[in-house]
Design a protein around this ligand. Structure first.
Ligand code: HPA
Length: 289
């Protein structure tokens, strides 16, 4: 088995970044499939290719660039991941979540996660945005957890609580920001379930996931959120509903990655505006290091 990262590995990457940029981000943003356009909105931007950052994994998925962009989003000091790492690419979860601990060591106090997801809730329409209220860690049920293995107390406790993973205060702010936008569709809120992928779900799996209490399904986000909460970051995030999952054997359409990316492109402006308003509304965190 590949050797897991040590505390010193996270530290040396954080120190490398801190010595190569003058930026000191408060908020880290992870861009989901097709949502990387957000990084283009960063002002005073300084970008690093993942390939030039020590220890950083590489992103291999179309629709995911591999760049870390430092700068400001609507005045807020940010670091934006344009492209994330997925379990289905073959990475172990401790590699998928590597950047989160690096951000923490750099002084980030808040993580914003975004993703493309399939809509399970029949009320959802393509193009809707769902604020993530809670998640279901399907991989966790089978023993795949980014915190599996020796625990380093310098990051957090052996048995962290995740019952309040998605910050209540920030979710309220998100609803206020949405109202300011005057969108016709309401901001959805619900539970995100992570599956391993890379295949889209069968009809039986979609029915099962809906019955389990999930509103949207995707192949990311949950590992990063677990690691972020473990090391004391404040978290919130949202899913862009890029497709409605197939719930019936009579349906001829099939889920496909092009549809996911196309929906991302169409909703990009709305999302960028939303994130931008939110950035101005994030209060200081009481857990800054
Ligand atoms: N299933 C899983 N992941 C996804 C989907 C989906 O339907 N759409 C976008 N990401």
């Amino acid at each position: 088995m590949e050797k897991m990262f040590t505390y010193e590995d996270y530290q040396s990457t954080a120190e490398w970044l801190l010595s190569h940029t003058k930026h000191r981000p408060q908020v880290a943003v992870i861009c989901g499939s097709g949502l990387g356009g957000l990084a283009d909105k960063v002002t005073q931007a300084q970008a690093f290719e993942y390939s030039e950052i020590p220890n950083f994994p590489q992103s291999t998925v179309p629709g995911h660039a591999g760049r870390l962009v430092f700068g400001f989003l609507n005045g807020r000091a940010c670091v934006v991941m344009q492209g994330r790492f997925h379990f289905y690419e073959g990475y172990p979860l401790w590699k998928v979540t590597f950047p989160v601990r690096v951000f923490r060591l750099m002084g980030v106090d808040t993580l914003v996660v975004t993703n493309a997801a399939g809509g399970l809730n029949p009320k959802f329409e393509v193009g809707d945005i769902m604020l993530i209220h809670d998640h279901i860690n399907m991989l966790g049920f089978s023993g795949q957890n980014p915190l599996r293995g020796p625990n380093d107390e310098r990051f957090g406790p052996r048995f962290p609580a995740v019952s309040d993973a998605y910050d209540c205060n920030l979710r309220q702010k998100a609803h206020c920001a949405w109202k300011q936008m005057g969108e016709q569709r309401e901001l959805q809120e619900g539970t995100y379930v992570m599956v391993g992928g890379p295949n889209f779900e069968t009809v039986a799996e979609c029915r099962l996931l809906l019955n389990l209490g999930a509103d949207a399904v995707g192949m990311s986000t949950v590992p990063e959120v677990i690691v972020a909460r473990h090391c004391g970051l404040r978290v919130f995030g949202f899913s862009l509903i890029t497709n409605k999952v197939i719930m019936s054997y009579e349906t001829i359409e099939k889920a496909n990655h092009e549809e996911v990316l196309e929906s991302g492109r169409k909703a990009a402006q709305k999302l960028e505006q939303f994130v931008s308003i939110l950035m101005a509304n994030i209060p200081p965190s009481d857990n800054a290091i």
